[in-house]
Design a protein around this ligand. Structure first.
Ligand code: DQA
Length: 147
């Protein structure tokens, strides 16, 4: 059970970037916690971050061949990228969209998500803990699909 955890632009600066919004944990901390949970859940993880839209798309294409599910924090691409939505629409397994902040409490332009048109579930405003919840959900959906 392979799961891709994909992170969009500026998330490499997590922990340093607007900590009042995104907290003090770094993306390396998030990856470490995700790997620990994946071990418990019997998942194998590919954990990636990029500031480049095409790399996110290429990883989704890779996931098509290899992965059972995707957890994605598309960051700003959430609100702009038909291309990321189109890529996710080619993926057959479960997709969970994850946002650290509560996007609905923020600027109006963050209230719309292209990715939500495809996501099986959305998590927002749980801080970095949202990744753990998203992983649990994706594991459940992969199992349900196999049953
Ligand atoms: C984010 C929310 C987005 O609106 C923003 O562009 C991000 C991070 C979040 O995790 O809360 O970069 O996806």
């Amino acid at each position: 059970r392979l799961v891709y955890v994909l992170n969009g632009p500026n998330l490499n600066l997590l922990g340093k970037r607007q900590p009042h919004i995104y907290g003090h944990e770094t993306l390396a901390d998030v990856e470490r916690d995700c790997r620990a949970l994946a071990g418990e859940l019997g998942l194998t993880l590919r954990f990636h971050q990029s500031n480049r839209e095409y790399e996110i798309i290429d990883w989704i294409h890779e996931a098509r061949e290899e992965a059972g599910g995707i957890v994605i924090n598309p960051a700003a691409f959430t609100h702009t990228s038909v291309a990321v939505l189109d890529a996710l629409n080619t993926f057959e397994g479960p997709v969970i969209e994850c946002h650290i902040s509560n996007v609905h409490k923020r600027e109006a332009f963050r209230h719309h998500s292209y990715v939500s048109l495809r996501a099986d579930g959305v998590i927002a405003g749980f801080g970095t803990q949202g990744y753990q919840l998203a992983l649990r959900r994706v594991a459940r959906l992969i199992d349900d699909k196999a049953a």
